[in-house]
Structures are given as C-alpha cells and as structure tokens.
Design a protein around this ligand. Sequence first.
Ligand code: MN
Length: 231
Amino acid sequence: MSFVFSPPAAASVAIAGHTGRFPVRRIYCVGRNYEEHAKEMGHSGREPPFFFMKPADAVLAADAGQTVDMPYPSLTTNLHHEVELVVAIGLGGSQIKSADAHRHIYGYAVGLDMTRRDLQNEMKKQGRPWCIAKGFDHAAPIGPITPAAEATGVESAPIALQVNAQVRQQGNVAQLIWNIAETIEQLSAAWALQPGDLIFTGTPAGVAAVERGDVLHATVGGLAPLTVRIV
Ligand code: MN
C-alpha cells in the first residue's frame, strides 16, 4: 500500500525507567469526577460518569526530569489547569467488569487536562460540543508513565498542582467519585478500549487560570512528576 503523503508519526509518551515509549491511540477524559470540583463547576451529587475526548496528537509528552514548554493557545484569555491521574491501557477490551479492570492497565502518569475555560463556558451555554475548549493542540501535557507493577498505592495517592511553587490544587485519588476500575467498566461499555488508550480520570478542586511564564508542577504520589512552562 502507498499513501499519498507520509502518515504522521504516532504520538507517544515516555515510560519511567524504560527506553521504549507508549504509543498513544486515543485520549479519553472523565468530567467532574471529584465532588469538590463538581461543586466549584456548579454541580452536586453523584451523576453517571460522562466522557469527552482529546485527539491523540494533543499529547505534549515530557521526558523524565524535563520541563516541557506549552504554547499559550489562541482564542482564549482564560486557560485553566486541571491536574489529573492518567491511566494508560495496555490490554484492550469491551464490557470490562470493574473486578477485571486492573488486568487492562499498563501504567499510570500525571497529566494536565488544559482547558480554554471561557470557550467551554460559552459552549455549555449554547449546548455545543466542548472540542474547541478541550481538544486543542498541546492540550494534554503528560509525564512519563510508571508501569503498574512499579506504581504502588495509586488508588489512594495524594494529587497536587503547584503554579510558581504555590499550591493551587490538592486532593487524593481516593476521592474519585468513579474510581479507576469503575471508570474502565463504564468507558469500555461505550467504546472498545485498545492498547495505547489514555484515560484522564478527572481533577480535584482548585482549577484556575495560568499565564505565559507560569511554571506548573503536577504530582500524583510517587509517579514521575510533570513540569510545564506556559510560553
Ligand atoms: Mn478534566
């Protein structure tokens, strides 16, 4: 087979302590999955999980110890940070039961679901899709993936984001409304998961705007941290 032009290189993410890289197929994201964040967005109560996606090439992958530059996106004056635990899928499947979900996990990483909040609010108001608010170029910074076998205690790990060394977001993965296994069950009921899929699991409270020059430092327990400079 020949292509009429060269297909783009696969987006990929570093793997902590390994030379191989994780090729990205799809990026799924869970909305409002921590109670305090749901409240700050004007919602309350446990609602069924809902999902949106970012294109795979929205990945902005940081190598271990690297500060990665994120260009401030066009069309917004209210770029928000959302620190999230990212689950990397290594074994595909449909209709996965939560009790089996762990078998499908390759590993975990720290990610940022960067959001054009002004555009998202406008799209919500008009009942329009969120793509322009969530799926823009470089909208998914992500640190190296720690293989599941080497990542202990993720289910109850502290999750935090500092901006210019000031704490902005602080929570614990144990506060997820839909935990990792339940999220995989619900997601795989809607789409067949495949190796290479990433799941951004939601953000704790404290989302706020960043400006050019800000340095974001995101952590989840002992996972490789993620540092991003807005340029
Ligand atoms: Mn999010």
